[in-house]
Write a protein that binds this ligand. Structure first.
Ligand SMILES: Cc1cc2nc3c(=O)[nH]c(=O)nc-3n(C[C@H](O)[C@H](O)[C@H](O)COP(=O)(O)OP(=O)(O)OC[C@H]3O[C@@H](n4cnc5c(N)ncnc54)[C@H](O)[C@@H]3O)c2cc1C
Length: 391
């Protein structure tokens, strides 16, 4: 069943039509082979960039789409319903632009953003380290000032697009202060001393390359530091709030894809002389899956409306990421169940969906960390507010 969406403008409706068309014509024919062969689809990102889909949340003056989060996220959801790994990449690319777009100087923005937003350059976001994932402030990668440059030394683990990206947004320590001692740098690929390890061998999202990036005395011009010294962690965490909404939308799209495949199969497959969807025990499983997908969508859109209204939305982004990814795990697992033995084989994509859902409970803050974010906000005891957003 086609998803019934509400968008604010005809332009947004056209954008979603374009996304569905690109997903059908550019993503669907490639996904199975690329995932089976762990082949990173660099050309697909160029195509999406030229269509304007890599720049949606950012200002028009740098080539952005200036779309509200409620539209941008639904675009991500449509991409993820066909190829979750590409949708994750689009979300991460957007995170890599966040610091420049929100804290860059006009010169930095004019010099660096247009090529990133057009998709000619692909971005990566480097926060995690081998010993510092959930506890990002424990990072050890250092950036030491040397005249008009910084010298970066250390390693960044789990970098999505590691080795393929053209631009790395890197958090590195400029002082020992745990949370105010981190700064943000935009490091070009090809810098001397910057190398990528062999990509990780993963359970899913195999076409989305993940690699450790090594910084062996990488020299970066001081004008590639974004924000003041010490602003890096707040910038990284703000990008993560937006990124968590992206992952919530991606998880919802993945779950929608699994639901669609499960329903199509259950309408065709017969047991005891009738399509299996006519057995109430299975039909109710499908009904619960549909409710889980719709709940996830409503939750991320609710957080998106806060973001669009310029309200704080960190707690709601954490809730959306938690709900959407936990629901996606359940829905994709149940989709395997609906297909019976065939669901457990690679003849159908549902086993891949299940493997892809698992990592969404882990990256951009594990779901344990989302619960910490949510419960800390509860402990702070914020008061309810009402904001009027329209006439
Ligand atoms: C495919 C993939 C892509 C990724 N892409 C990127 C990327 O592009 N850029 C980037 O910077 N990072 C990226 N990451 C890293 C990702 O964000 C981290 O893996 C994640 O934050 C968890 O960190 P960790 O793996 O070190 O787990 P750990 O922090 O070691 O956690 C281990 C376990 O302990 C739990 N835990 C830790 N602390 C607490 C606590 N206080 N309370 C309760 N439980 C706790 C965790 O929930 C987890 O279950 C990626 C990871 C993967 C798998």
């Amino acid at each position: 069943m086609p998803v019934r969406r509400l968008v604010p403008t005809q332009e947004a409706a056209d954008l979603l039509d374009l996304t569905r068309e690109l997903a059908r014509e550019e993503l669907a024919p490639r996904v199975v082979a690329a995932e089976a062969e762990a082949c990173f689809p660099r050309e697909v990102f160029r195509t999406l960039g030229r269509a304007g889909l890599l720049s949606l949340p950012y200002p028009e003056e740098f080539g952005g789409g200036a779309q509200p989060a409620v539209v941008h996220l639904q675009v991500l959801e449509e991409l993820a319903a066909v190829w979750a790994g590409v949708a994750v990449g689009v979300s991460v690319h957007g995170m890599s632009c966040w610091a420049l777009a929100t804290a860059g100087t006009p010169d930095q923005q004019a010099a660096l953003l247009p090529e990133l937003l057009s998709g000619e350059l692909l971005g990566a976001y480097c926060l995690s380290e081998p010993h510092a994932g959930s506890d990002a402030a424990a990072m050890r990668t250092r950036a030491v000032r040397d005249g008009g440059e910084y010298v970066l030394a250390g390693e960044k683990a789990w970098t999505t697009h590691g080795g393929h990206a053209d631009s790395y947004t890197v958090m590195a320590r400029t002082s020992p202060d745990r949370s105010r001692g981190v700064s943000c740098f935009v490091v070009p690929a090809g810098s001397a001393g910057l190398t990528a390890d062999r990509p990780e061998s993963k359970m899913g999202l195999t076409a989305s390359t993940t690699a450790t990036m090594r910084f062996a005395g990488v020299r970066v011009a001081a004008d590639r530091r974004v924000g003041a010294e010490g602003d890096g962690l707040p910038l990284a965490l703000a990008a993560l709030d937006a990124g968590r909404l992206g992952i919530a939308a991606v998880a919802t799209g993945l779950a929608q894809g699994a639901l669609d495949d499960a329903v199509a199969y259950a309408r065709e497959r017969e047991a005891f002389g009738v399509p299996v969807i006519e057995h109430q025990g299975l039909a109710f499983l499908l009904a619960d899956m549909a409710a889980a997908v719709e709940t996830a969508r409503a939750t991320y859109l609710s957080a998106a409306r806060l973001k669009d209204a310029g309200q704080p939305y960190g707690q709601q982004a954490a809730i959306a990421k938690l709900v959407a990814t936990d629901n996606a795990m359940r829905v994709t697992t149940d989709a395997v169940q609906v297909l019976g033995g065939y669901g457990y084989t690679s003849a159908y994509p549902v086993e891949r969906y299940m493997r892809e859902a698992k990592v969404m409970q882990i990256f951009e803050g594990t779901n344990q960390i989302q619960r910490m974010v949510i419960s800390r906000e509860l402990a702070r005891g914020g008061r309810p507010t009402t904001t009027v957003t329209g006439a």
